[in-house]
Design a protein around this ligand. Structure first.
Ligand SMILES: Nc1ncnc2c1ncn2[C@@H]1O[C@H](COP(=O)(O)OP(=O)(O)OP(=O)(O)O)[C@@H](O)[C@H]1O
Length: 320
């Protein structure tokens, strides 16, 4: 239990994973997931998402730190954890010649308390595809079959590794609805994703991983509001930056000028935008190409990736 009385179903403390050649893929991360929460691990390619999830699933022991799932060590106490968790891997890799129903039946044979095959397929919208061979399924249908198998034992904790990769917009929305329904039913979900929109739609809390570390974490709102909003526009003919109202008084925390284009960053979007628009009205000028962009998870993500690559470039410059 944590201090707010919520049960932590997943607890990760200073977790590390070092691969054979000595490469540190996970470099000391700490987070927890409460029962009934959807938690998203976001990150660039190679950030360490899969390496982390595999440790949570008990597929390998950590190189350092601690993992607890439902109060147990998922690697050492696999028998206690495995029956209560569902895992959807990135590539299911089923025998291509089996039908959808046969695949589920085969899986059900290895799952304690498995749901009926038909029900499992209906849940993911594959009811009508039961007799089709796996090799004839589309990429999206295969992902849904992966999901049906992960849900077969009615898990308390569900691990979804990039659940909507390869799905079209409609398939993605259906999967989101399903994840929400599972969450509402009390299932705890940990998902990895490349899609910021997916994290924004689903996650109660999230962590952005970068190079094996958590670069930002919290609710989507917390992560987003740490980033500035942006305003850009073209300076009217005959006007200079100095003709605008004092930027500091508008709540602007940074600016760039590129030719006639002005870009402003602010944590007080309404104040800055109002100040600018009132100035333009009074000066009887039009702010062409005006673009007002509230902080978003995407901006936060790009900020982290951008900042990190800028740092890496600087290190290279000084030969670090
Ligand atoms: N078995 C392995 N041996 C050595 N290095 C590995 C191994 N598996 C992964 N890595 C490296 O560890 C880092 C993290 O990989 P990981 O697959 O966890 O990232 P990810 O965030 O899941 O990326 P993606 O979004 O591309 O799936 C990468 O640099 C990867 O090359």
């Amino acid at each position: 239990m944590n201090t707010h009385g919520h049960e932590h179903v997943i607890e990760v403390t200073d977790l590390k994973r070092v691969y054979g050649g000595g490469f540190e893929a996970v470099r000391g991360i700490t987070f927890s997931v409460a029962r009934g929460e959807v938690f998203a691990l976001l990150g660039t390619n190679g950030a360490g998402k899969t390496s982390t999830v595999e440790l949570l699933e008990g597929l390998a022991p950590p190189s350092g730190g601690r993992v607890r799932v439902l109060g147990h060590d998922p690697y050492e106490e696999r028998d206690a954890v495995r029956p209560r968790t569902g895992v959807m891997l990135q590539e299911g890799g089923f025998p291509a010649e089996l039908t959808v129903a046969e695949t589920v039946r085969m899986w059900a044979g290895c799952t304690s308390g498995a749901r009926p095959v038909g029900e499992a397929l209906e849940t993911v919208g594959l009811g009508k595809r039961a007799g089709v061979r796996v090799k004839q399924l589309s990429g999206g249908e295969r992902r849904r079959l992966d999901l049906a198998l992960a849900l077969l034992g009615g898990p308390e904790v569900l691990f979804l590794d990039e659940p909507t990769t390869g799905l079209d917009a409609e398939g993605r929305r259906e999967t989101w609805d399903l994840v929400r329904a599972l969450r509402d039913g009390g299932t705890t979900v940990l998902l990895t994703t490349h899609y910021l929109e997916e994290a924004e739609e689903l996650a109660d809390r999230l962590a952005i991983l970068h190079e094996g570390r958590i670069a930002a974490g919290g609710t989507p709102d917390e992560v987003t509001s740490a980033q500035p909003s942006r305003i850009s526009f073209e300076l009217p003919e005959g006007y200079f930056l100095g003709d605008l109202p004092a930027l500091g008084e508008l709540g602007v925390v940074g600016h760039e000028v590129d030719g006639r284009t002005v870009r402003l960053r602010t944590h007080e979007l309404q104040r800055a935008a109002t100040g600018l628009l009132v100035w333009a009205r009074d000066a009887r000028v039009e702010l062409r190409r005006l673009d007002v962009r509230p902080a978003s998870l995407e901006e936060a993500f790009l900020g982290i990736a951008g900042r990190a690559s800028a740092l890496a470039a600087r290190k290279e410059e000084v030969g670090a």
